[in-house]
Design a protein around this ligand. Structure first.
Ligand code: NI
Length: 253
């Protein structure tokens, strides 16, 4: 039994979501967490969690989706997190990859969402690209927990994040030949800090690199981790599922 802790299964990317969900069940994926990134995908998350038993959701505003961001979205976020299948705030964070990034706006929107998460006691799904230092310095000041999704930092950074309450999200990149750093991270940190994720439709694991990704590819990621840590794939499934259950409240009332 596996959980895909982070994906974007939206109609924008998939013609047949029924089939994607059905395929999860065939591959022993019994829960998937779909994360919104902007107002329209967040609204779709609310529909999908109501429609499919295995789908759980998180809602939030992603740092590269802030062009049309309105202040009223904070109220929208707060008024929609009481749904019992919405189990976290995300995908939120900082992304300094592009030169035209408005860092101050990203930081402000990130912090406002952290306050909402703190107020409601919800875990967060963090996106951090070329911004590990700032992300850490901000998160350190909040009493929160969650996952650093698609972790791309060093072994030292991974250790620091686990010390302040964060799990390390590991996805398809772990199967790539040239992905040296994340392999070192997985080797170094305890399996009890790792969460599996596909980030579908992005970042397909080998042998599907470059193609559309699916939550049903989770076992390929689990296999790569099992090989690095010299444990069985069953152990990876068992431990990472239990990790996920300690971060997210799947039985929210
Ligand atoms: Ni994502």
């Amino acid at each position: 039994m596996f959980i895909d802790n982070h994906c974007h299964v939206f109609s924008e990317y998939y013609n047949d979501i029924d089939a994607v969900i059905k395929n999860c069940k065939l591959h022993n994926i019994n829960k998937i967490i779909i994360s919104g990134t902007d107002i329209s995908s967040n609204m779709e998350v609310l529909e999908l969690v109501n429609k499919y038993d295995i789908v759980y959701g998180t809602i939030g505003f992603h740092p590269t989706e802030l062009d049309d961001f309105k202040d009223s979205y904070f109220d929208w976020l707060e008024s929609n997190i009481d749904n019992n299948k919405i189990i976290g705030i995300g995908e939120i964070g900082l992304d300094y990859h592009y030169d035209n990034t408005d860092k101050n706006k990203q930081i402000e929107v990130f912090k406002r969402q952290l306050c909402i998460a703190e107020k409601h006691g919800m875990p967060i799904i963090v996106h951090s690209r070329d911004s590990m230092g700032d992300t850490y310095n901000i998160l350190e000041r909040y009493k929160l927990n969650g996952v650093i999704h698609c972790f791309s930092g060093s072994v030292e950074m991974a250790r620091e994040f686990t010390k302040i309450g964060y799990y390390i999200g590991v996805g398809g990149i772990i199967t790539y030949k040239n992905a040296k750093t994340i392999k070192e991270v997985v080797k170094d940190i305890s399996l009890s800090y790792i969460l599996l994720e596909t980030d579908s439709p992005y970042l397909s694991p080998e042998p599907f690199r470059g193609k559309v990704n699916y939550p049903s590819n989770i076992p390929l990621i689990a296999k790569a981790i099992a090989d690095i840590k010299s444990v069985s794939i069953t152990d990876v499934a068992r431990v990472t599922t239990s990790n996920s259950e300690s971060v997210f409240d799947f039985f929210r009332k």
